[in-house]
Ligand binder design. Structure first.
Ligand code: FE2
Length: 262
């Protein structure tokens, strides 16, 4: 049995959300590629970053089966109850146990149990605990309760993402990076059967800087004062990856990884 997983990088603002929703685009693109399950990173889906119940619901309505997060997930407090109650929206697992929400969830895909885990990096980021130790603990505690383990590594440093994937290659099925908003050209399958890409990229306007208006970012860099991030406009498209997974009992292995853009 083969299962295809489609993952989309950080969705930026209403432009990104609407792009996936309009005319059923996300579902259509997934169907064209034969994808059985869709994971979308939604931590920037609200205007000015963060995620709200409205943007999360819009992504689910557009076809996302699970929404992963990152360093901006807890920015808007009105999403806390959704993080607590739901099993389709997760935040980094290596955050404090006092943080609202859950760091992983399990979903049934064609009868197989997919454990979906969200982690945040520590290099150039302020995640409180090690994503490596956290992943180790989750895989141990959930042992026997899943058939494939899919990890969204929300991190700045390319080295940290690849290190985590290589460390757990053979124990996890996919490690896909998010956060930088720039898709990398290294979609591959590691020797132990872990599908990998350093960064999925984003869904949003590519006319500015990482989805934000060029003037906003230039003001921050050149003047040095904090600014409100205004979303860029135009040249909207989505990037991500499709991973094909061979299921053999509870031994899942990725057999192909392909970067996508639509
Ligand atoms: Fe981020």
């Amino acid at each position: 049995m083969k299962i295809k997983l489609m993952m989309i990088g950080d969705v930026v603002g209403s432009a990104g959300v609407e792009y996936l929703s309009r005319g059923g685009r996300l579902r259509r693109e997934a169907a064209e590629r034969g994808a059985d399950f869709i994971i979308v990173n939604g931590e920037n889906s609200a205007e000015g970053n963060g995620i709200t119940p409205t943007s999360a619901r819009a992504l689910l309505d557009a076809g996302a089966d699970v929404i992963t997060g990152g360093n901006h997930t807890l920015r808007k407090k009105n999403v806390f109850s959704m993080l607590e109650d739901g099993d389709k929206l997760i935040r980094p697992a290596n955050y404090s146990s006092r943080a609202p929400g859950h760091g992983f969830t399990t979903a049934l895909v064609k009868g197989y149990r997919f454990l979906i885990i969200n982690l945040a990096g520590q290099v150039y980021m302020d995640s409180p605990s090690s994503p490596f130790d956290t992943l180790e603990k989750i895989l141990d505690s959930e042992k026997g309760g899943y058939d494939a383990a899919i990890v969204d590594v929300h991190a700045e440093a390319t080295s940290e993402k690849l290190a985590l994937a290589r460390c757990f290659d053979g124990r996890i099925t996919v490690a896909a990076g998010t956060h930088t908003h720039v898709q990398t050209a290294d979609a591959s399958v590691l020797p132990g059967g872990c599908g990998y890409i350093t960064d999925l990229g984003m869904c949003g306007s590519h006319a500015g800087i990482l989805g934000v208006k060029t003037e906003s970012i230039l003001f921050k860099f050149r003047v040095g004062s904090p600014v409100t991030f205004e979303p860029a406009e135009g040249d909207v498209f989505a990037t991500g990856a499709v991973f094909e997974i061979e299921m053999a009992g509870s031994n899942a292995a990725c057999i192909s990884a392909e970067a996508i853009k639509f």
